[in-house]
Design a protein. Structure first.
Length: 273
């Protein structure tokens, strides 16, 4: 009887020791898993902040280039010359600079992008004012096709994002046309707006070097490693990211050595007043 009792005590002791060891093992695994999760979260956040910093730098450099052109033009003109347009371009580019960080940092911290209603006429005016590069042939290759009554068509955007989206697409188109046509007048970059079924379709077309299906897939997957993306990878990442955040659908069509077409579908804002 005593032997049975001692055996039972021994079994209970071993069981308690086993349960205690298992509880410590599980607790240790939970702590290690939490540490790994925290480290992964920190790495992911650091990567996001790093990308955001590069993206902000990319967009600001674009706008600084526009501002510098206006500054140069103001300095080069005589005092008697009208510099109203250059002042307007300078002020507008500075205004967009202030919006870039809010757009890119939205969701990472305390910065949140505001929204606004903008008409096609306002967008067209901003594009014509700010889409300028040093080369004259670039302006000769650029075409605009907007409805005559563009002021009647409005849409909602994250403030400033639509202009920045199109500016990045035009920069990419300019590079593609330059690679294929050089300074020849045969190069074409076309910015078009059309209306269909209560939607606005904004597109940027170029007859440059085009893209392969793999390069288009890379853009959709936010991978900036293809030849087409070299130099403007961040710009096209910004385009894709902003289209998603704005609830815009983007379609990309292209044939190598023929053309590229980016078309963005935006729901039209219908006023109820």
């Amino acid at each position: 009887m005593t032997a049975c009792y001692l055996s039972l005590v021994f079994i209970l002791w071993k069981l308690q020791q086993y349960i205690g060891d298992e509880m410590l093992r599980v607790l240790k695994e939970q702590i290690e898993r939490k540490e790994i999760e925290n480290e992964a979260e920190m790495l992911q956040r650091d990567a996001a902040i790093g990308h955001s910093t590069r993206a902000i730098n990319h967009e600001l450099n674009t706008l600084i280039g526009v501002a510098n052109i206006s500054t140069f033009q103001i300095e080069a003109k005589n005092k008697s010359s009208d510099i109203t347009e250059e002042i307007e371009r300078l002020n507008k580019s500075l205004s967009y600079m202030g919006r870039v960080s809010s757009l890119i940092l939205d969701g990472l911290g305390s910065r949140h992008a505001s929204k606004r209603i903008i008409s096609l006429a306002e967008l067209c005016d901003d594009l014509k004012l700010l889409l300028c590069l040093v080369s004259e042939f670039y302006l000769e290759q650029l075409r605009f096709e907007f409805p005559e009554n563009a002021e009647n068509y409005e849409f909602e955007e994250r403030t400033g994002s639509t202009y920045l989206i199109i500016h990045n697409l035009v920069k990419n188109a300019h590079e593609a046309v330059l690679d294929r046509h050089g300074r020849a007048p045969s190069g074409v970059i076309k910015i078009k707006a059309r209306i269909a079924d209560d939607n606005i379709f904004l597109s940027v077309y170029d007859n440059g070097i085009g893209m392969s299906s793999q390069e288009i897939e890379d853009i959709h997957n936010q991978i900036s490693i293809t030849t087409k993306l070299d130099g403007h990878g961040l710009g096209l990442k910004f385009v894709k990211s902003e289209c998603v955040k704005n609830g815009m659908d983007v379609v990309i069509k292209s044939v190598p050595n023929q053309y590229s077409l980016f078309e963005i579908k935006v729901p039209m804002h219908i006023r109820t007043d």
